[in-house]
Write a protein that binds this ligand. Structure first.
Ligand SMILES: NC(=O)c1ccc[n+]([C@@H]2O[C@H](COP(=O)([O-])OP(=O)(O)OC[C@H]3O[C@@H](n4cnc5c(N)ncnc54)[C@H](O)[C@@H]3O)[C@@H](O)[C@H]2O)c1
Length: 449
């Protein structure tokens, strides 16, 4: 395929769908995540610094430096091993590194910040960056509590800063295609949504191996705890912080936030849910965690039910299904299936088996007279599958951020958007812990029962 070819390329028609009964045509979305857009990165070279070079930050940093016209000029982490890692990733043995991110915020030669710190640090890092005049890309979920999110929105607004939250799929070609199809009326008005995801392995359940050399000598443990209760140095808490509500936001904030963010983009929704009712528990990973490993939630989004199933006990595909009277949009990491439905009877109603013979025969005859299409004009039921670049690819989303920093045009996932997605996660957690339905109260900007 030639690099100048159009964004969407028709590759293949007529591959069989599951079961072989339904024909599906397959369309390949441009596999290059950025395509020609990369050329737009002209103008000022951006100098960025990164805060948090752990599991995600190492990927964010490694990806960011592959983008055009940007340069990493500093890195902060509370664990010294990650200073070494930042230098390894950038290939710059003299990259300035520090335990104190405030030093990076004070530097006038730094244009913007990328942050991949645990959830309980997001608010402070974002508010401090905005107050220091720095634009910031901060990992999802935006906040650790609902109230924090509003402080972050206010800080971005007050300082006119670009804030991009890092649920990267919102910048993917797959989400863009789903949004386009939905707004063209592909399924009609959405009537319900199903968001699902399941894992079944220790790493998927966050039982990460702490770095073997980790110690209070090479990690500033007290600072790492931030506002969480003070406890003695604990390597498991450092590596597996997602398991505890004191630092993380559970499967809701870790995983569901991606599905909710994708839903917001696809359907054009930008609001918190009205209510959330959750059930769940710790079924499998009884390792001392306090966050559930099974979490099922029913949200009310202005009357539309959104059902969510998240589990760490059984592997199942990650999928967001949007259903309406004209069919289904089923989105996954690499593809999007559009299944069309007519919503009409295709044969005489089976209810007429309850009619006496003569009445049934007359009904069936009349039905065929009124509904049969001429031979050769029968509609062929057909699905369309769009295949695209991995919706978890960080490049398009980071690129969108850097472009916004250059142009001052809005990002795709600003603080208001990120806050709405995060509030849904907090409502799911509140409902689980309070064991009752919780509601969003816009007047007090808080979760109530
Ligand atoms: N977008 C995605 O697909 C994705 C994937 C994984 C994680 N994440 C998000 O990325 C964030 C980080 O997750 P992770 O798995 O990389 O965690 P991690 O524990 O592996 O890394 C976090 C790093 O931040 C450092 N840190 C903590 N507080 C700091 C501070 N005040 N100053 C400087 N450094 C500090 C820690 O020392 C650690 O090295 C989380 O919010 C997580 O939800 C996003």
């Amino acid at each position: 395929m030639n690099s100048n070819s159009s964004r969407r390329q028709f590759l293949q028609v007529g591959s069989a769908a599951a079961g072989g009964l339904m024909a599906a045509k397959t369309i390949l979305l441009d596999p290059r995540p950025l395509g020609a857009a990369q050329k737009a990165a002209s103008g000022k070279k951006l100098r960025f610094a990164i805060i948090g070079i752990g599991m995600e930050g190492s990927g964010v940093l490694g990806t960011a430096i592959t983008l055009p016209n940007v340069e990493c000029v500093g890195a902060a982490d509370l664990y010294d091993g990650r200073h070494t890692l930042a230098r390894e990733i950038t290939g710059n043995q003299s990259l300035p590194v520090t335990r104190r991110y405030q030093e990076l915020l004070d530097r006038k030669d730094i244009d913007c910040i990328l942050a991949a710190v645990p959830d309980h640090w997001h608010k402070r890092v974002v508010v401090d960056s905005c107050n220091a005049g720095k634009d910031i890309y901060c990992e999802k979920p935006m906040s650790h509590t609902a109230s924090e999110g509003f402080e972050m929105v206010d800080a971005a607004k007050k300082n006119s800063r670009i804030v991009q939250i890092g649920a990267q799929r919102v910048s993917s070609a797959l989400c863009a295609k789903a949004r386009e199809l939905y707004h063209e009326g592909a399924i009609g008005e959405v009537e319900n949504v199903e968001l699902t995801l399941g894992r079944n392995d220790p790493t998927g359940a966050w039982e990460y191996p702490p770095p073997p050399d980790l110690s209070p000598q090479n990690l500033d443990w007290d600072t790492w705890l931030n506002d969480a209760p003070k406890i003695p140095f604990n390597p498991e808490r450092f590596a597996r912080w997602r398991c505890w509500k004191e630092y993380g936001t559970g499967v809701g904030g870790d995983l569901m936030v991606h599905l909710i963010s994708g839903m917001q983009v696809t359907l054009g929704w930008n609001e918190p849910p009205r209510s959330a009712s959750a059930l769940g528990g710790i079924f499998r990973w009884k390792d001392g965690r306090n966050m559930p490993d099974i979490h099922v939630v029913l949200f009310d989004y202005h009357g539309v039910p959104v059902y969510v199933r998240l589990g760490l006990g059984t592997e199942s595909p990650e999928s967001a299904r949007y259903m309406g009277p004209k069919g289904i949009l089923d989105t996954g990491e690499f593809d999007l299936r559009h299944s069309r439905q007519k919503g009409v009877d295709t044969s005489p109603s089976y209810y007429t088996s309850s009619y006496p013979q003569k009445m049934r025969d007359e009904y069936v005859k009349q039905w065929h007279e009124e509904h049969d299409v001429p031979p050769g004009q029968e509609p062929i039921g057909s699905d369309t599958v769009y295949r695209g670049n991995d919706w978890d690819d960080l490049r398009p989303h980071l690129f969108n951020f850097f472009q916004a920093v250059r142009t001052r045009k809005p990002v795709v996932e600003d603080a208001v958007f990120g806050n709405h997605a995060a509030v849904a996660c907090h409502m799911a957690n509140e409902s689980y812990f309070r064991k009752k339905t919780v509601y969003w109260d816009q007047a007090t900007r808080s979760i109530v029962t």
